[in-house]
Design a protein around this ligand. Sequence first.
Ligand SMILES: CC(C)(COP(=O)(O)OP(=O)(O)OC[C@H]1O[C@@H](n2cnc3c(N)ncnc32)[C@H](O)[C@@H]1OP(=O)(O)O)[C@@H](O)C(=O)NCCC(=O)NCCS
Length: 272
Amino acid sequence: MTRVPLDQRLQDVQTRRAVPDDAAEVVRIFRAGFPPSLLPYTIYDQPGIVDYLRGMLRWQHVGTTSVTIVSTYQGKVAAWAQFHRHPTLLFLNHVYVTPEFQGAGLGRVLLRGAIDLVREPGQIYLGSEAFSTNKGAHAWYRSLGMEPSDRVHWVELIPEPVQGRRAWWSFDGLVTGLAAQKRFGFSRILLRTRRTAYVIRTLGRHFYRGNSFDILDDASAMTALHTLDPKRKLMIIASGEGREPRYPIVAQSTQVRGRIDTALTVLGSFPG
Ligand SMILES: CC(C)(COP(=O)(O)OP(=O)(O)OC[C@H]1O[C@@H](n2cnc3c(N)ncnc32)[C@H](O)[C@@H]1OP(=O)(O)O)[C@@H](O)C(=O)NCCC(=O)NCCS
């Protein structure tokens, strides 16, 4: 069997933890690679994202949830990956290879270097997620021994206040949230009701973002969101758990999962 010749450029690639000065390039690569119609649903579309990411990168050495790694070619960021750290799971939240490098092996070189840099004892599984229509990414995951697990729905609706019911809620962290909204263009607050607490993000001027469908059946939560800003739509990104969502779907993504050691076996046998 003939081996695909190693892309010569990979000899000059270096993989390292991202630093604050990488923030602008990381954001630029994300914006260029993400579906434009879905960008407003993400923090990467917001005006303060570079400032925010600079802060994240400045602090990631202390043990933040996210860790970002870059691969550079001739000193310029050519690919980056961001992981979410969990006790037994390393979740590849984002991975972006610039178009001129795609298919050349850089994604694998980045992942191998990144796992070496970020993997902690106890982490056995590698997870990730990509839009269900993103055949290239899913082929790449499959080649690393990762299999589809959950289907994630992105739905959008207008929170309607519920009349004539006894609503109770409290916003936790609202003032710091509003300050973050002003500075970065997004925020994270906690909304408590009698039933539970929801993590709610504000994104730009038009959206709230939630991470659970349970909120849809909580009249107090819906009334609270309407009261805070009646013009904001609520975007929920959450696992469908096999059920058909009741609201219009804007996008669907699929989570994948495998073992880190399986991926490392593939990555180790890959030239580069
Ligand atoms: C997905 C991505 C990270 C893969 O990195 P890459 O550097 O392009 O891929 P590599 O060269 O490391 O790996 C190539 C292997 O991946 C698979 N693959 C990657 N892209 C593929 C595509 N478009 N179609 C089919 N297979 C693909 C194949 O198995 C291929 O192996 P082969 O050449 O032996 O057949 C990269 O293409 C990318 O950044 N895409 C755009 C952003 C994105 O979709 N990110 C993932 C969701 S956050």
